[in-house]
Each structure stands twice: as structure tokens, then as C-alpha cells.
Ligand binder design. Structure first.
Ligand code: FNR
Length: 222
């Protein structure tokens, strides 16, 4: 069977959508489910998970030296690696990244190749507060960008999230729903373009673990 690029559309891109809350009834898990619905509406494939699907202890260098990286971190790395794009729906704890999410990023970053490098990522949050957990997303950008992730400039933070959802999991506010849908659509356009063309060439990012050559000044990516 022949494949004609003029006639055969490229396969849909795969998007891994992770809720970073462990809590049953999590607002971020609801937001992740809505993002998954929008991802599918815009023609991509959604792979949805919760951080609790990947149990792992607190990072401990001695435990890693003795037993390696835990199964949960290995499984999370595989799921991220299998997708072209990543969405994280994360709570904000004390104006920053929840410890369990940072712990998961730290464990996964110990695996080579680590899957965050060059991954297109969209960050979203939900909170009962009036800022919707947005400060936590700014904090989350730092470790992800450190690892070479291409964090999408726009983020989406759902304020008063405990009152924001309809019974069927949509957003009651239609303007807000459109904003989220547009954000997901434009993010997917970039992720899809980046999966087919080189959209961004970078000379340097900080994560030392991805530098295979010395001297230290060697670029991570040409
Ligand atoms: C919170 N919460 C919170 N919310 C917020 O908007 N800014 C904050 O700084 C914090 N800090 C914070 C710390 C800790 C330890 C907890 C447990 C909670 C409230 C938080 O947004 C709320 O519990 C959300 O419902 C958590 O997200 P999930 O679990 O519903 O997805």
C-alpha cells in the first residue's frame, strides 16, 4: 500500500495530559479531563493520567544508588516519551509547585534520555482562589525549562474552580471556555508543526545531564 503525503494526512499528534493532584475529586483532574476533550476535538490524541498512577518515594540519592529509579518514575517517563506534547494540570501549593510534582520531575530527570528535552508543554491550573493557581505555574516553568522543555508562552489558570464546572465537566463561563479551547488549539498547532519541522533551534539550555561532551561549554543542541 502506497502512502501519498498529498492525500494521506499525517497521523494525529499524541498529547500526554497529567493531573498533578493526588486527590479524589481534584479540580485539576477535572480540568485535565476537559483539556483532553478539547485536545480530541481539535484532532489530536489524548493520553490522560494522574500523578497517583505513578507511585514513587521521595527522591533519595542513596535509594537511587541502591535500587535505581523506581517503577513509577520509569512508567511516567515512558508515557511522556511516547507523546509529542505534554499538558500538566497542577495545583498551586503555597504559591509554588506541589512537592509531589517536583519530586516526580526530579526522579524522571534521572533517566537517560530524560523525556522533557524539546517537549512542547502547556501548563494549566485550577484553584478555588481568585488567581487560579497561576503562581504555581510560573514556578513550574523553571524546572521544566531547565530540562529543555518548550513551555508554551500562554498558560491557563482557572479561578474559583470549585464553582466553574458544569455537571458534564465543561466550563460554565462560555468566554472562558473559548479562551481555553483557543489556547489548546493554538498550542496543538505549534506542537504539530514542531513535530514535522524544526521550529526552534536552540544553542543552549542549562541541564548538565544532557551534555554528552566536554568541555562544559559544549552546546546541548545544535
Ligand atoms: C493549597 N491551596 C492553594 N491555592 C492557591 O490558589 N494558592 C496557594 O498558594 C495554595 N496553597 C495550598 C497549599 C496546600 C498545602 C494545600 C493543600 C492547598 C488550595 C488548593 O488550590 C486547593 O486545595 C485545590 O483544590 C487543590 O487542587 P486539586 O487537588 O483540587 O486539584
Amino acid at each position: 500500500m502506497s502512502t501519498d503525503p498529498q492525500q494521506d494526512p499525517p497521523p494525529p499528534i499524541r498529547v500526554f495530559i497529567l493531573s498533578a493532584s493526588l486527590r479524589d475529586g481534584s479540580l485539576n483532574t477535572r480540568l485535565a479531563a476537559l483539556v483532553a476533550r478539547l485536545v480530541e476535538e481539535h484532532g489530536a490524541m489524548a493520553d490522560v493520567a494522574r500523578l497517583g498512577d505513578f507511585p514513587m518515594p521521595l527522591y533519595d540519592g542513596d535509594a537511587e544508588a541502591a535500587g535505581g529509579v523506581p517503577e513509577g518514575a520509569l512508567a511516567l517517563r515512558e508515557r511522556i516519551q511516547a507523546c509529542q506534547a505534554l499538558v500538566i494540570a497542577s495545583p498551586e501549593y503555597n504559591a509554588s509547585v506541589p512537592g509531589m510534582l517536583k519530586n516526580a520531575v526530579d526522579w524522571v530527570s534521572r533517566i537517560r534520555p530524560q523525556p522533557f528535552q524539546d517537549k512542547q508543554a502547556l501548563l494549566v491550573s485550577a484553584s478555588p482562589s481568585l488567581v487560579g493557581g497561576n503562581r504555581g505555574l510560573w514556578a513550574l516553568r523553571v524546572p521544566l525549562e531547565h530540562l529543555g522543555t518548550r513551555v508554551y508562552p500562554d498558560m491557563f489558570s482557572l479561578a474559583a474552580a470549585h464553582e466553574a464546572f458544569t455537571e458534564d465537566g465543561d466550563l460554565a463561563d462560555t468566554a472562558l471556555r473559548k479562551r481555553l479551547s483557543d489556547t489548546v488549539e493554538y498550542f496543538l498547532q505549534l506542537a504539530e508543526a514542531d513535530s514535522r519541522y524544526v521550529c526552534l533551534k536552540r544553542r543552549w539550555y542549562e541541564f548538565l545531564g544532557d551534555r554528552s561532551d566536554s568541555p562544559v561549554t559544549q552546546r546541548a543542541q545544535e
